[in-house]
Design a protein around this ligand. Structure first.
Ligand SMILES: NC(=O)c1ccc[n+]([C@@H]2O[C@H](COP(=O)([O-])OP(=O)(O)OC[C@H]3O[C@@H](n4cnc5c(N)ncnc54)[C@H](OP(=O)(O)O)[C@@H]3O)[C@@H](O)[C@H]2O)c1
Length: 257
C-alpha cells in the first residue's frame, strides 16, 4: 500500500454515530469507502443512520450499546472482526453529556457518568481493539476531547475533567503502542452545528455566544466537512509519524485563550 490518505476498505469502529458529530463522521467516512461499525444507545436513531449509510452503499454494521459497558466494548470488537475480519481504526466519539453545573454543586453521580462514558469508555474500547491492531502491526485510534476542556469552561467541571483524562490516555496509548504501528491522536472540536443555541440555560447560552466572537474562522463547525477530513487523515496511512497529539478542529478558537 502506498503512503497516502486513502481510507477506502479500512474497517473502522465509530461510536456515537447516530447523531451529532458521529453521524457526520459516519457519512464522511462512508463516502470515502470506509467499512464502518457504528454504535449508539437508541436503535431507532441508529436505524436512521443505517438507512443513510445504505443509501451511500456503505458496508456497515450497526450495534446498539452503552460505551460505559466494558464487556460491551469487547463484544463490539468481536462483532467487527466477525463481520469484516479485522479492525483498522477506532473513533471513540460517544460520550454522555450532562448540563452545566457549578463546581460547588457537582455530585458523585455527575462525575461517575462523565468518567464512565468518557475516559473509562474510551479506555475499554482501546483495550478491545488493541490486540487486533497489534497482531496486524497497524492501527489508528482517534479520541475526542474538547476545546472547552482545554479552556476550563465554567460550569462544565465533570466534562472538562473527563475530556482532559481522555487526552492523557491518548498520550499513554501513543507511547505504549507506537511500536506496534498504532498511532493515537485526539481531536478537539469547539462547537459543531447540530444543536441550536441553548435558550433555557443563561450560562450555557453565554458560553455558546462567546464561542464565535473573535474566533479566527468565525462560524460554527460542520461535522461532515470540517471534522470529517481531520479524522480521515488520522485514520489513514498518512498519519504514521504523528501520535499522541491533540488536533484543535475548532476554527482557531483555541487561540482566544
Ligand atoms: N458538538 C460539539 O460542539 C462538541 C464540542 C467539543 C467536543 N465534542 C465531543 O464530540 C463527541 C460527539 O459530540 P456530539 O455533540 O456529537 O454528541 P451528541 O450530539 O450528544 O451525540 C452523542 C452520540 O453518542 C451517543 N451516546 C451518548 N452517550 C452514549 C453512551 N453512553 N453509550 C453509547 N453511545 C452514547 C449518542 O447516541 P444515543 O443518543 O442513541 O445514545 C449519539 O450518537 C463527544 O465526545 C463530545 O464530547 C462535541
Amino acid at each position: 500500500m502506498t503512503v497516502d490518505d486513502d481510507v477506502s476498505g479500512r474497517v473502522v469502529i465509530l461510536t456515537g454515530a447516530s447523531r451529532g458529530i458521529g453521524r457526520g463522521l459516519a457519512l464522511h467516512l462512508a463516502r470515502r469507502g470506509v467499512h464502518l461499525v457504528v454504535t449508539g444507545r437508541r436503535r431507532d436513531r441508529l436505524d436512521a443512520v443505517s438507512s443513510e449509510l445504505d443509501a451511500l452503499g456503505a458496508e456497515h454494521l450497526a450495534v446498539v450499546g452503552d460505551v460505559a459497558d466494558r464487556d460491551g466494548a469487547f463484544a463490539l470488537a468481536a462483532a467487527a472482526v466477525e463481520r469484516f475480519g479485522r479492525i483498522d481504526g477506532l473513533v471513540a466519539n460517544a460520550q454522555t453529556f450532562r448540563s452545566v453545573t457549578p463546581l460547588e454543586d457537582v455530585t458523585e453521580a455527575d462525575m461517575d457518568l462523565l468518567y464512565g462514558t468518557g475516559p473509562k469508555g474510551t479506555l475499554w474500547l482501546m483495550q478491545a481493539v488493541f490486540p487486533h491492531m497489534r497482531d496486524q502491526g497497524w492501527g489508528r485510534i482517534v479520541t475526542m476531547g474538547s476545546n472547552g476542556a482545554l479552556n476550563g469552561a465554567a460550569g462544565y467541571g465533570p466534562y472538562v475533567a473527563s475530556k482532559e483524562a481522555i487526552r492523557g490516555l491518548t498520550r499513554v496509548a501513543a507511547r505504549e503502542w507506537g511500536r506496534h504501528g498504532i498511532t493515537v491522536n485526539c481531536v478537539c472540536p469547539v462547537s459543531v452545528a447540530h444543536r441550536t443555541p441553548p435558550t433555557d440555560d443563561p450560562q450555557r447560552a453565554a458560553v455558546f455566544a462567546a464561542t464565535f466572537a473573535n474566533q479566527p474562522v468565525a462560524r460554527d463547525g460542520d461535522a461532515e466537512d470540517d471534522i470529517g477530513p481531520v479524522v480521515t487523515f488520522l485514520l489513514s496511512d498518512a498519519c504514521r509519524y504523528m501520535t499522541g497529539q491533540t488536533l484543535m478542529a475548532d476554527g482557531g478558537a483555541i487561540m482566544l485563550r
